[in-house]
Design a protein around this ligand. Structure first.
Ligand code: ZN
Length: 188
């Protein structure tokens, strides 16, 4: 069984992400972005590497299919090669339980630093991958040209972005930083 530790909730109160999906639209999206390759900094050569989450990462996750791979130096590690962190709960730990951290500037599986992160206005701006950064850019752009009748779906999806990211005064600066991160995501 795989559990996700959500950084926005009490860490002692970990839930199956399926339970909380309806409660927070941005968190739902965060989980959705984890279906795609996550860009991380290689622990061996400090260049861009990827974490492959495998075909499905919820309750039936195959830890030998979750991999960290660097095409620059050949670093290659399966999650099943790393120690599990089963002592996290108070209840009797099962041998294969693993807890993954969501909502911090590391990948949830290996906890490698994300490739896409940047200090911005005293906060840390970060994204898991192209899909995530594209979402953030399009949301902030939509905010910038917001007017009556703005697409409701888009609004609700982004309604849980941190307030500092969507605050009127910060949008231009955030968009500039996000665009730089996007360029970084495209670089080798
Ligand atoms: Zn490397």
């Amino acid at each position: 069984m795989i559990y996700f530790a959500d950084n926005n909730t009490d860490k002692a109160d970990m839930k199956d992400p399926m339970e909380s999906r309806t409660k927070n639209s941005y968190q739902t999206l965060i989980y959705d972005f984890l279906k795609f390759d996550i860009l991380v900094t290689c622990p061996k050569c400090d260049r861009k590497a990827v974490v492959r989450p495998g075909p499905l990462f919820l309750s039936t996750c195959e830890t030998d299919q979750i991999k960290a791979i660097c095409s620059h130096c050949g670093f290659n590690k399966k999650l099943s090669d790393t120690p599990s962190t089963s002592s996290y709960t108070k209840s009797e730990p099962k041998k294969d339980d693993r807890y993954f951290l969501i909502g911090e500037s590391v990948d949830p599986f290996f906890q490698l630093p994300l490739w896409l992160q940047k200090e911005c206005m005293g906060h840390l701006l970060w994204a898991y991958n192209h899909e995530h950064i594209d979402f953030l850019i399009s949301h902030i752009q939509a905010k910038l040209r917001e007017r009556n009748g703005q697409d409701l779906a888009n609004k609700s999806l982004g309604s849980r972005l941190p307030r500092w990211m969507t605050s009127k005064n910060n949008r231009e600066a955030i968009l500039k930083e996000l665009t730089e991160l996007k360029n970084k995501s495209d670089s080798k």
